[in-house]
Design a protein around this ligand. Structure first.
Ligand SMILES: N[C@@H](CCC(=O)N[C@@H](CS)C(=O)NCC(=O)O)C(=O)O
Ligand SMILES: [Fe+2]
Length: 356
C-alpha cells in the first residue's frame, strides 16, 4: 500500500494519503483547504486516482480541502451523516466501508469531540485514523460542536481501545510534532484516557482544560458544513494562468520547454547561472537576461512586475529557488523552466552560443 502523512503547519493538521499500489486508487483523509494544491500535485506525481476525500469530522480550526480537490481531481466527498454537513457525495454510517482498489477502510462512529466524529480503520487493523477523538497522549476538546466528555470516553474505550494493541494510531492533529502512536501505547500512557483513568476523572479533566476557542472557528465551521465550498469565485485564486503551468509537490510552478519555445518573446527569460556557464558549452536561450542566483535579490528592480518571468538554470534546481525568491519579492507570475538547459538541449530547442 502507498501511504503518506502530510502536515499543515498553520493548523497542525495531519492529512493522510492511502492508495492501493496496483490499481492506483487513492483516498485522502482530512485534506486542508490551503494545501489542496500540494495534495493534488502529490497525487498526480505518484500517478494516483483520488476516489474519495474522507472527513473525520466538521473541523473547527481549519477549512477542509475536500471541495477544491473534487473540483480539481473529480474526487467524491464522504463525511459522517451525523456531521450535519451539506454537499457531500456520501454520508457515512457506523461500520460503512470505503474501498480503494483492493484495500478498504471501515468507518467507526466515535462521537464526543463532535457529535459526528468518525475514525477510519484500515482493513488489516494495522492502522486507525482517529481524527480528534484520540490524539497522541491526548484527545480532542469537548466544549463545542455537541462535544461531550462522557461520550468521548466511551467512544475511545469501546471503539478504539478494542483494536489490537499494535494497531497504529494516526491522529488528526499534533501540536508537539509527534507523528503517530499505537493502541497499546495510549492504553498505558494516555494521561486522560489510559486504562487506569476512570470516566469521572476524565470528565473532570475535560471540564477544566481552559482552552481558548480556535482562532478560525467562526469561518471554519460554516465552511466545513458545506464541505469547504468557497464563497467567492475561484478565478480570483488562479493568478498563475498565463501559461499551462504545473505545480510540483515541492511547491514550484513549472513550465515545459515546448511552451517557452513558442512564447519566449512574450515573457522575461531570466537565466540564473554564472556567466561562465551562460557563455559555456550548454549555451543559453536567445533573449535570456543573465542574473546569477546570488545577485538576484539585489537586481529584482531590473525586472518588470506585469510581464511573466520564466527562470532558467542548468538543471532546474537553482531556478526553482529563484522562483521562490522572486515570489517573496512580490512577483506573482513566475515559473521555472522544467529540467533547465539540460532538458532544453536534450529536446533540441535552439540555443545561442554553446557547442554541439
Ligand atoms: N490554538 C488552536 C486551537 C486548536 C484546537 O482547539 N484544536 C482542537 C481540535 S479541532 C482540540 O481539540 N485541541 C485539543 C488540544 O489543544 O489539546 C487554534 O486556534 O486553532
Ligand atoms: Fe477538531
Amino acid at each position: 500500500m502507498i501511504f503518506r502523512q502530510l502536515f499543515d503547519q498553520q493548523s497542525s493538521t495531519y492529512t493522510y494519503l492511502l492508495a492501493d499500489e496496483a490499481s492506483r486508487e487513492a483516498v485522502l483523509i482530512d485534506p486542508v483547504y490551503e494545501q489542496a494544491r500540494r495534495d493534488a500535485a502529490l497525487i498526480e506525481e505518484l500517478g494516483l486516482k483520488l476516489g474519495w476525500t474522507l472527513e473525520t469530522h466538521v473541523h473547527a480550526d481549519h477549512v477542509t480541502g475536500a471541495w477544491l480537490l473534487k473540483d480539481r481531481l473529480h474526487s467524491r466527498i464522504a463525511i459522517s451523516a451525523q456531521s450535519g454537513a451539506q454537499g457531500a457525495d456520501r454520508y457515512l454510517q457506523d461500520a460503512d466501508v470505503i474501498s480503494f482498489g483492493k484495500r478498504s477502510l471501515e468507518a467507526r462512529a466515535t462521537p464526543g469531540h463532535t457529535a459526528g466524529c468518525m475514525a477510519y480503520v484500515l482493513d488489516d487493523r494495522m492502522a486507525a485514523f482517529t481524527g480528534d477523538a484520540l490524539l497522541i497522549r491526548g484527545c480532542g476538546r469537548t466544549d463545542f460542536q455537541q462535544g461531550d466528555a462522557r461520550t468521548l470516553f466511551r467512544s475511545v474505550r469501546e471503539r478504539i481501545f478494542t483494536l489490537p494493541g499494535s494497531c497504529l494510531i494516526y491522529p488528526g492533529h499534533d501540536y508537539r510534532g509527534l507523528a503517530a502512536t499505537s493502541v497499546g501505547e495510549e492504553k498505558l500512557y494516555n494521561p486522560r484516557l489510559g486504562e487506569s483513568v476512570g470516566e469521572q476523572d476524565f470528565v473532570g479533566y475535560m471540564k477544566n482544560l481552559g482552552l481558548a476557542h480556535p482562532k478560525l472557528m467562526e469561518q471554519a465551521v460554516p465552511a466545513n458544513l458545506k464541505c469547504g465550498r468557497p464563497l467567492q469565485d475561484l478565478s480570483s485564486l488562479k493568478s498563475q494562468e498565463w501559461a499551462p503551468l504545473t505545480y510540483t509537490f515541492a511547491g514550484i510552478w513549472e513550465v515545459q520547454p515546448n511552451w517557452l519555445e513558442e512564447h519566449a518573446g512574450e515573457v522575461q527569460v531570466v537565466d540564473v547561472r554564472e556567466p561562465d556557464e551562460f557563455n559555456g558549452p550548454l549555451g543559453h536561450v536567445e533573449g535570456a537576461k543573465l542574473i546569477p542566483l546570488g545577485a538576484l535579490s539585489q537586481k529584482v528592480d531590473a525586472l518588470k512586475k506585469d510581464q511573466p518571468i520564466v527562470v532558467i538554470c542548468r538543471s532546474g534546481a537553482r531556478s526553482a529557488q529563484a522562483t521562490l525568491l522572486l515570489g517573496k519579492a512580490g512577483f506573482d507570475k513566475v515559473a521555472n523552466l522544467s529540467g533547465g538547459m539540460l532538458r532544453w538541449r536534450a529536446q533540441r530547442f535552439p540555443v545561442e552560443g554553446g557547442t554541439d
